[in-house]
Design a protein around this ligand. Structure first.
Ligand SMILES: *[C@@H]1O[C@H](CO)[C@@H](O)[C@H](O)[C@H]1NC(C)=O
Length: 138
């Protein structure tokens, strides 16, 4: 009884603190030119809006399940991206990220993988086939 009460309290605490650590991404200028944005290990569930001159983006080890369509399109200066260690949910909504990654392979440091659905757990998003997405509407 006491044990389940403690567990319940823990769950409430864990859920309320689950969204973000509240710490901002770290931005630093790179020499001779460039801007590094380091958002690694911040418990982010969503990518923040990023400066369009970002050259290095580190978002590994967060809680991202998807990347909204168009999110990376403005970031034309990107030279390095790391997105691994996020629980990406590979349903139709992962198509934007997959296609962006396929077109920008040279800048991707480590391939992000799927945490679900079950049939694709641990597959790289870029490994998913076109047929896998054939029932998606967009
Ligand atoms: C990003 O920040 C984390 C936490 O402060 C640090 O451990 C890591 O080395 C940084 N990564 C880079 C590429 O600077």
């Amino acid at each position: 009884m006491l044990c389940s009460l403690i567990l319940a309290v823990f769950l409430v605490w864990a859920t309320s603190s689950a969204h973000t650590t509240g710490r901002p991404c770290l931005c630093s200028a790179l020499l001779p030119e460039g801007l590094q944005v380091n958002c690694s290990s911040l418990d982010l569930v969503e990518l923040p809006t990023l400066p369009s001159d970002t050259t290095e983006l580190h978002v590994q080890d967060n809680r991202l399940t998807s990347v909204s369509p168009g999110h990376f399109d403005r970031l034309v200066a990107l030279k390095k991206v790391s997105l691994s260690g996020n629980p990406f949910h590979c349903d139709c909504r992962i198509q934007y990220l997959r296609i962006w990654l396929l077109r920008n392979r040279a800048v991707v440091l480590k391939e992000p993988t799927c945490a679900g659905p079950d049939s694709v757990v641990q597959k790289a998003t870029t490994e998913l086939s076109d047929e896998y997405f054939s029932s998606c509407l967009y």
